[in-house]
Design a protein around this ligand. Structure first.
Ligand code: SAH
Length: 437
């Protein structure tokens, strides 16, 4: 580590800025925001440093900047000269301001642009509402200390408050409601550390950067991650290293764990006081049985929350430039499954064809021939544009365009066995070329 990181308290202290121009003004402004009494002067003379806690130089004649640096260092006053690392006794980091929370990033002068790029990432990751959460924590600081005198227990309680439902409320802007949960925890200190929560989280189609920011945050906070086959390793790696990971399987016709057992597992983990993330491919409420898990949790009195994800149809369509709706070609999208428990296909083909628009058929690859037969018999024109999309929304996505007849004939050899979705409808013919393979 090239520099020692620290945050300075300069409320009511004198600060000196030498220079004239935008950069000097910005520095003066930042010092004022931190509560300093700022004296700004275009040129330097040593007496200006009297009583100063900090000094910054920018856009002043070189001899002034040199003299400022030399004198300040001699007198033990921290000094920074903008863009002149050799004249500085401290450097200023790139910051993400979520006051009272401040995140500072420095590359020690090695790669300031990299530090700024990183800052942009953190800006996106740490919602502005963290400021509200930090303010809330500050408001309750003394009460929390009184309610949880033991430090270890206090830390655990705060972790729960700052990551649990109270935090979710504060982060979505509902400070008053969040404050009530803080109050409740303080009034009943012994309930707080025992209550678990289960998040039913959509992991999207597979690419880690198609997770929502909320899903990513919850993953990083989970004690246990319960996942199935569709969730990729890259996404699982985003969890804490010490978090438990439980695979509950479910490949077609190869159910690792029965749904009832998964429900019971989630309930048990919740009762143990764990923060559980139940990760499901795509969206938890679309052919994901998230509804059943939510029911089981509600019945057992375990708090839960559902976090949406990008469902396969959306990932596949975007990845193959297919407009799911189109002003001229499709006014509806139907998410439909081609699979039933015993492997047969049960579908209201007439209804589907009559509604028109785009059909997104999940779990349809095994039943593809019967899907084709049923749709054509119900009046779907045989030349209707269709696409079979494997591993949609990931880097390994592959797309096969053609009529349903063509897909049926080609799919067995073409498929590499990844999850695949069938899109059918005139809008598929409006795919914007570039990815056709
Ligand atoms: N809840 C999931 C769907 C689960 S059902 C979602 O919202 O996407 C499983 C089916 O989803 C698979 O058989 C396949 O048809 C489809 N599927 C899931 N991920 C996919 C992907 N990356 N590419 C194509 N199809 C996918």
């Amino acid at each position: 580590m090239r520099h020692y990181p620290a945050f300075m308290d300069i409320i009511g202290r004198k600060a000196l800025v030498i220079g004239q121009g935008e950069s000097a003004d910005r520095k003066a402004q930042a010092l004022r925001r931190a509560g300093a009494e700022v004296n700004i002067s275009p040129t330097f003379k040593p007496s200006l440093l009297d009583g100063c806690a900090i000094a910054i130089g920018a856009e002043a004649p070189d001899e002034d900047l040199q003299a400022l640096s030399r004198t300040a260092i001699e007198r033990g006053i921290p000094v920074n000269i903008v863009d002149r690392p050799e004249l500085c006794s401290f450097i200023t980091p790139a910051i993400v301001d979520r006051s009272p929370l401040t995140i500072a990033i420095s590359s020690g002068g090695a790669a300031p642009v990299l530090a700024r790029l990183l800052r942009a990432k953190i800006e996106a990751l740490v919602s502005p509402n963290y400021a509200r959460l930090a303010t809330l924590a500050e408001q309750f600081k003394d009460k929390v200390r009184a309610a949880f005198p033991d430090m270890a227990i206090r830390r655990r309680a705060l972790e729960t408050l700052l990551t649990g439902p109270a935090a979710d409320l504060a982060l979505s802007g509902q400070e008053n409601e969040a404050g009530k949960l803080f109050e409740a925890a303080i009034n009943q200190p012994d309930t707080i550390s025992r209550k678990g929560i289960v998040y039913l989280v959509g992991a999207g189609p597979g690419a880690p950067d198609l997770l929502t920011l909320r899903a990513q945050r919850l993953l990083g906070e989970a004690d246990v991650i319960v996942h199935d086959r569709l969730v990729t390793d890259e996404i699982l790696d985003m969890g804490r290293r010490d978090a438990g990971r439980i695979f509950v399987g479910k490949a077609r016709a190869n159910h690792c764990m029965r749904q009832e057992d998964i429900n019971a597992l989630l309930v048990r983990l919740g009762q143990e006081g764990k923060r559980v993330v139940r990760l499901k491919g795509g969206d938890p409420l679309i052919f994901g049985r998230g509804g059943e898990e939510a029911e089981a949790l509600a019945e057992a009195g375990i708090p839960f929350e559902i976090v949406p994800g990008i469902t396969a149809a959306l990932g596949c369509a975007a990845g193959s430039n297919i407009p799911l709706t189109h002003r001229e070609a499709a006014r509806a999208v139907t998410f439909i499954t081609g699979h039933t428990r015993d492997g047969t296909l049960e579908m209201d083909f007439h209804g589907a064809v009559q509604l028109g628009g785009t059909l997104a058929v999940y779990m349809g690859i095994v039943t593809l021939p019967r899907l084709r037969d049923g749709l054509l018999a119900a009046g779907l024109p045989a030349d209707t544009p269709s696409a079979l999309i494997e591993r949609g929304g990931t880097e390994a996505q592959r797309t096969l365009f053609g009529t349903l007849d063509h897909l049926v004939a080609t799919a067995p050899d073409w498929s590499e066995g990844g999850p695949a979705l069938v899109l059918v409808g005139q809008a598929v013919g409006r795919a914007v070329p570039d990815h056709r393979d």
